[in-house]
Design a protein around this ligand. Structure first.
Ligand SMILES: [Zn+2]
Length: 114
């Protein structure tokens, strides 16, 4: 899961003109759009859990069906039951899982501050 930020000139309904906005993406979905002039932020609903599982699923989709099924059923179980020779790829996925979890955590803690 990746968080990306970019700027774009958009029409702000509060400033009533086209001004620079900061757009935050999670993967390819827009998370929020912030007007850099009046600072108003429009949050878009991004289902982080859905994004997260979709990402995992897409990655594992090339594996045999049995494995995919196991993966969906119990991620941690699969990671620890994999034969050693197959561990390289799952390890990489696990690292991504960790970073995705960090993203989720960041957004969760931001919400609780509000
Ligand atoms: Zn504005």
């Amino acid at each position: 899961m990746k968080v990306k930020k970019m700027e774009a000139g958009l029409y702000c309904i509060h400033c009533k003109e086209e001004v620079d906005h900061e757009i935050t993406y999670i993967n390819s979905d827009i998370k929020s759009i912030r007007c850099l002039q009046c600072n108003r932020t429009k949050e878009l609903k991004v289902d982080l859990k859905k994004e997260f599982y979709r990402e995992i699923y897409e990655r594992i989709a090339t594996k045999p069906t049995r494995m995919t099924k196991e993966y969906r059923e119990d991620l941690s179980h699969l990671l620890f039951s994999l034969p050693v020779r197959a561990i390289k790829k799952p390890y990489r996925i696990l690292k991504d899982v960790n970073s995705s979890r960090k993203v989720i955590k960041t957004y969760k803690s931001k919400k609780s501050i509000k």
